[in-house]
Design a protein around this ligand. Structure first.
Ligand SMILES: NC(=O)c1ccc[n+]([C@@H]2O[C@H](COP(=O)([O-])OP(=O)(O)OC[C@H]3O[C@@H](n4cnc5c(N)ncnc54)[C@H](O)[C@@H]3O)[C@@H](O)[C@H]2O)c1
Length: 494
C-alpha cells in the first residue's frame, strides 16, 4: 500500500503531553519514568523537535513547498564569527573531561577516556543517579580523584558545563538533547563532542555552526566509524589516487534494532523508538556518511549540494509489536511513520554521488555498506573486497587484506585497541585527546558535524515530497573550496 492509500499522521514536533510516551510512563512509577516524562516537558522549553513547524507543514503540501522550505534554510545567514576550519586546540598537558549521559554509550566510553595518560574525568552527569555513581566509581578505580556528580535533575548538565575545571564535554544522551547540550557547553567556553546525530533540525545545525565560530570552541560529532580500520585504509588509498578520480560511494546504517528498541531495559526510556513516530527519513546517517564524505574530501575541496530521499512504508516495528506485545500493552498507542528503509542520493559539487541507506526495523545482517568507486576501481565492505586496475581485470573481487600497507598510522601503532566496535572507539578517543593535548587541528569540526547530520531533517522532507532533491546548506560559507587535511593525518611529534 502506498502513502496515498494509507495517510500517515503528521510528524509531531514534541510527543503529545497526553500521548504515547506519557501513557508508557504511567505504567512505571520508577525514577526512570520520571525522567521520560520530564524529558519531554524539558524538551518543549528547550525548543526541541523534529523540524521547524514551518518546514514540516510546508512539506506536507508537496514538493515545491519542500524545496522552498529547504532553500530558506540552505541560504547561509551572515557570519557571526570567523571560520573554525583549520583552527587548532589550545595546547594543554592534561585534558579535563566532563561526561553527560552514562547509558549504554557513555558508560562504555568513560573507560576509554580513563585509559589515556593526560586525561582526567572531572565530572559526570546523568539524572539516573545510579548510573552517574557507577561512572564515578570507574574514575576512582582508575586512580583519579572522585569526579563531581550531577544527578539532580534533567537540567543539572548545565551546572556541569559551568565548571571552570573542564576543557571538553562529551555528550551521549538521547538525540533530542544533543543540541541544547552542545550549545550550553560552548556558551560556557567548553569544546564539545557529541554522539550522532548532533541535532534534529536544520536550523539547529546553523546555530551550532554560528556558536562554534562565535565562541571559538570546537563542536564535533564524535563519528567513531570514521576511525574504523577499513575506513581509514580506504581513506588513505583514495587520497593516494589508487581509485583514480572518485565517482561514487555508499554508506548505511542497516542494523536490526527492533528487539532493542522494544526492550524496556536497554535504552533509558522509549526515546529511540519514539523518533519513528515523528520522522520518516534517515534518522542515523552519520555512521555511513562520515567515512564516505572523508574519502571525497567533503568540506575540504568538495561539498555536498543536494539530497533526494525515498522511503518504504513503515511496517517493521508494527509487525514486531504484533508478534511480541500483549494487546493491552501501552505501546499499541504508538503510530510508526518512519520508513523501514530510506534510500538517499547525495550529489557533490564535483559531480560525485553518495548513496545512503537507513534501516533499523527489518531483518538484516549489520551493514554500513561502506563503498567507494572511482575511475580505477572500487571497494565494498561487509565483507571487505576490492577491485583495482591494473591488478584486477577479470571481473572478480580481490582480497582487501593485501592492502594492509595502506593502514593509517593510528592503526599501525594500535594494532589491538581496547574497547568496543572493533577498537575504533578507542582510536577516536585517543586521537581526539592527542589533538587537544598537543594543540593540533581536530580531524573534524562543526562543519563536518552539520553536513553528516543534515540528512536527518532533509531526508524526512524529501521522503514526504516523494524524493524531490533538496539543497544541502554550505555550512562552511565557501571555505569548502580550500583543500586541507582531515582524518588523513600524519603522526605528530609528541
Ligand atoms: N557512536 C556509536 O557507536 C554509538 C553507539 C551507541 C549509542 N550511540 C549514541 O549515544 C547516545 C546514547 O545512546 P545510548 O544507547 O547510550 O542510550 P541510553 O538510553 O542507554 O543512554 C542515554 C543516557 O542519557 C541519560 N540522560 C537522559 N536525559 C539526560 C539529561 N537531561 N542529562 C543527562 N543525562 C541524560 C539517560 O539517563 C541515559 O543514561 C545516542 O545518541 C546514540 O545514538 C552511539
Amino acid at each position: 500500500m502506498n502513502d496515498d492509500a494509507r495517510p500517515a499522521p503528521e510528524p509531531q514536533d514534541i510527543p503529545p503531553r497526553s500521548g504515547a510516551a506519557d501513557e508508557v510512563n504511567r505504567q512505571d512509577p520508577s525514577r526512570r519514568s520520571v525522567l521520560w516524562t520530564t524529558a519531554g516537558v524539558a524538551g518543549a522549553g528547550l525548543g526541541l523537535g523534529a523540524l521547524g513547524a514551518g518546514t514540516a507543514s510546508a512539506a506536507g503540501r508537496g514538493a515545491p513547498d519542500a524545496v522552498a522550505a529547504a532553500e530558506a534554510v540552505a541560504a547561509a545567514p551572515p557570519w557571526q564569527g570567523r571560520t573554525m576550519a583549520g583552527v587548532p586546540f589550545e595546547r594543554r598537558s592534561t585534558v579535563r573531561v566532563g561526561i553527560i549521559g552514562l547509558g549504554n554509550r557513555g558508560a562504555s566510553m568513560i573507560g576509554l577516556f580513563l585509559a589515556l595518560p593526560g586525561v582526567q574525568v572531572k565530572a559526570v552527569c546523568d539524572p539516573v543517579r545510579d548510573k552517574a555513581e557507577k561512572a564515578a566509581k570507574k574514575v576512582t578505580a582508575a586512580g583519579q580523584p572522585a569526579p563531581a556528580i550531577y544527578a539532580k535533575d534533567e537540567h543539572d548538565y548545565e551546572n556541569l558545563c559551568k565548571r571552570g575545571d573542564i576543557d571538553f564535554v562529551y555528550v551521549a544522551t538521547p538525540w533530542e538533547l544533543h543540541f541544547p547540550m552542545a550549545k550550553t557547553a560552548m556558551l560556557n567556553g567548553k569544546h564539545v563532542g557529541v554522539e550522532c546525530p548532533i541535532a534534529m533540525r536544520l536550523e539547529e545545525l546553523w546555530q551550532l555552526v554560528d556558536l562554534s565560530e562565535r565562541t571559538r570552541r570546537h563542536c564535533m560529532q564524535l563519528e567513531n566509524c570514521c576511525y574504523g580500520k577499513n575506513e581509514m585504509r580506504v581513506l588513505r588509498m583514495a587520497h593516494a589516487g589508487l581509485f583514480g578520480e572518485l565517482q561514487h560511494g555508499a554508506g548505511a546504517y542497516n542494523h536490526d534494532l527492533r528487539e532493542l528498541m522494544f526492550d524496556p531495559d536497554y535504552y533509558e526510556g522509549p526515546w529511540r523508538r519514539l523518533w519513528h513516530t515523528r520522522l520518516r527519513g534517515d534518522l542515523y546517517p552519520n555512521h555511513g556518511f562520515g567515512p564516505v564524505a572523508n574519502y571525497m574530501d567533503v568540506n575540504r575541496g568538495d561539498r555536498v549540494v543536494s539530497i533526494s530521499s525515498v522511503g518504504t512504508t513503515a511496517l517493521g516495528l508494527a509487525a514486531y509489536r504484533e508478534e511480541h506485545m500483549e494487546p493491552d500493552d501501552p505501546r499499541w498507542k504508538e503510530s510508526y511513520i518512519g520508513a523501514d528503509r530510506t534510500i538517499s542520493l547525495v550529489q557533490t559539487a564535483k559531480g560525485r554521488v553518495i548513496r545512503l541507506e537507513h534501516d533499523v526495523s527489518s531483518p538484516h545482517p549489520y551493514s554500513r555498506i561502506n563503498s567507494l568507486g572511482g575511475t580505477r576501481g572500487v571497494f565494498e565492505d561487509y565483507p571487505a573486497r576490492i577491485y583495482l586496475e591494473p591488478t584486477n581485470t577479470n571481473h572478480q573481487w580481490d582480497d582487501f587484506t593485501k592492502y594492509a600497507e595502506w593502514d593509517h598510522w593510528l592503526w599501525k601503532e594500535h594494532a589491538n585497541p581496547p574497547g568496543g566496535h572493533g577498537g575504533m572507539d578507542y582510536i577516536m578517543v585517543f586521537r581526539l585527546m592527542q589533538c587537544m593535548r598537543l594543540g593540533l587541528v581536530p580531524d573534524f569540526d562543526v562543519y563536518d558535524a552539520a553536513v553528516w547530520t543534515a540528512p536527518v531533517p532533509l531526508s524526512h522532507l524529501s521522503v514526504k515530497a516523494r524524493g524531490v532533491p533538496l539543497p544541502i546548506p554550505d555550512f562552511t560559507r565557501g571555505e569548502w573550496r580550500k583543500a586541507r587535511s582531515g582524518m588523513d593525518s600524519e603522526k605528530p611529534a609528541e
